[in-house]
Design a protein around this ligand. Sequence first.
Ligand code: GUN
Length: 279
Amino acid sequence: MAIIIDGKAVAEKIINELKQKVSSMETKPHLAVIQVGDNPASTIYVNLKKKRAEEIGIKSSVINLSEAVSEKELINKIKELNNDKNVTSILVQLPLPKHINANNIIKTILPEKDVDGFTNQNAGSLLNGMIPSAYPCTPKGVMRLLDEYNIKIEGKHAVIVGRSNIVGKPLAIMLLNRNATVTICHSKTNNLKEITKQADILVSAVGKKVIFNDMVKPNAVVIDVGIFKDNYNKTTGDVDFENVKEIASYITPVPKGVGPMTIASLMENTVDLYNENLK
Ligand code: GUN
């Protein structure tokens, strides 16, 4: 039976450390979050981000824009925030409506205020082995969990299922930079099970139930980044937790696994960008 990785507890520890740091600051970091439209999942995440920020003493503003907003209007809003000296971090909640090209939006954000680490400059820095202004929040949270539980990364075969710019790709680079051997699988991968069975560290970031116990090597570390509602409206992840926990060495639950770490990483990034901007 696996050790259950307690993401909620690690996140709480990070939040408490940040509270201390922020309380001693004369002026406070200010996170601006833009939400376009009213995707229910996005609304939940945005509200959580605002709540956590306030708890820590970080200023936050949520800017709600209509689903019908044009790409140009959204770009202008970001430029306004780029120029606003009081705003130290900018986050555009994804996904965006189909008529907006997310890459055009992301590249408008000033890299020094890019709290997600999604801009070309920050993503490129990560790829080139330089230190970005911010590391993408979910991969950063996953790395932190592995480190908190002293899980060895060097030399291990890490298999990531999912190739998004938000999770799969940046996480692959972060694991590679720590000397893991990394395989990225996705919806077009042939013989997925044959590959996942080779993983010492298996990360799933798909958003559907895709990882079952016959796909997991005994004693593998299993990290579940997926979060969605099942047919009974219960929050669940990509991994068949009840069966996989019997063979894994470590496993993250959903909820209370990676989710709280994403928010904690965002708060850390907000504080770090603020400190960098002061320099
Ligand atoms: N949507 C899902 N995850 C994320 C994230 O980490 N950042 C942003 N901006 N949007 C998201």
